[in-house]
Ligand binder design. Structure first.
Ligand code: MLT
Length: 273
């Protein structure tokens, strides 16, 4: 890790985050996927720091953030995001959410759309879990309780990366391998329940009145390009980019990811006064 980790109290939990760039610049807040943490955004924080205030935080229970006692839900994670912005006195930000990070951002639109200067939805979807998907998550919890995280981690990696990335992005694969193994099993199981119970957010998308970029790896096996096209159809004026990557487009193809992120923010988001 190059950036120094900081911590702030959010809804009674110490919440860990990384920050780069000038505090007076437009804030970009990066929200990680499951079961990862803020470190997955380090490359973006370094690449965008000359023009923006870049922040990546750990969702409760993940990375170095405290979990708290209450049941996890995506709605709670969305309230944490807004409380985190309050704690840092950020009124509006561009929110960049990958997969679960996108679920959190889209959930926050319902009550807090005035806190968005823009939104980047990466490898995510607005649909809720199907009955089969919920069942699978519950079986996974049982499996982890019986067997620990090793086999779960190996199986997850197969779905997370594009096939070429196992050869060309070995550092990213081993980083994610270690990230999953180092996430507490309790956090993984509580978050699986939260994901299974999350609300569908497609109905919120037509009301969006800020710029949106959608990015999805061409080989994303978890949240498909088709799911991204559906969100694009629902969000007026949104843009869709499909880089060569699997589910972790910012790690598998940082060059294209950063290029499109920078281009979008520069063209579409007005600097804050
Ligand atoms: C993620 O990357 O956040 C997860 O794959 C989301 C999910 O399991 O639905």
């Amino acid at each position: 890790m190059i950036l120094e980790s900081k911590s702030i109290l959010v809804n009674n939990n110490q919440t860990s985050y990384l920050e780069s760039g000038d505090v007076d610049k437009l804030p970009l807040i990066f929200v990680h996927g499951f079961p990862f943490n803020k470190l997955m955004w380090e490359n973006q924080l370094l690449e965008l720091k000359s023009d923006y205030r870049c922040i990546a935080y750990d969702v409760r229970g993940h990375g170095n953030s405290e979990a708290g006692e209450v049941d996890f839900s995506v709605a709670l994670f969305a309230e944490d995001l807004i409380a985190f912005m309050d704690a840092l006195q950020i009124e509006k930000a561009v929110i960049i959410g990958l997969s679960m990070g996108g679920y959190i951002a889209m959930n926050a639109i319902e009550k807090h759309s005035n806190r968005f200067a823009g939104l980047v939805l990466c490898d995510t979807q607005c649909a809720a879990d199907t009955a089969e998907g919920k069942e699978k998550r519950k079986k996974t919890i049982g499996f982890i309780e019986r067997n620990g995280l090793e086999i779960y981690t190996e199986e997850s990696l197969k779905n997370l990366f594009a096939s070429a990335s196992f050869e060309t992005k070995q550092q990213a694969v081993s980083f994610i391998h270690n990230t999953i193994l180092n996430t507490p099993a309790n956090t993984i199981c509580r978050t699986l329940l939260a994901l299974a119970d999350r609300r569908e957010t497609c109905d919120l998308l037509p009301q969006i009145n800020f710029p949106v970029l959608i990015l999805v790896g061409a080989e994303d096996k978890i949240t498909s390009p088709e799911a991204a096209r559906k969100m694009k159809r629902l969000i007026r004026g949104s843009e869709l980019i499909i880089p060569e990557a699997g589910h972790l487009s910012n790690l598998e193809n940082p060059a294209q990811f950063n290029f499109h992120l920078k281009d979008f923010v520069k063209r579409k988001i007005k600097p804050l006064r």
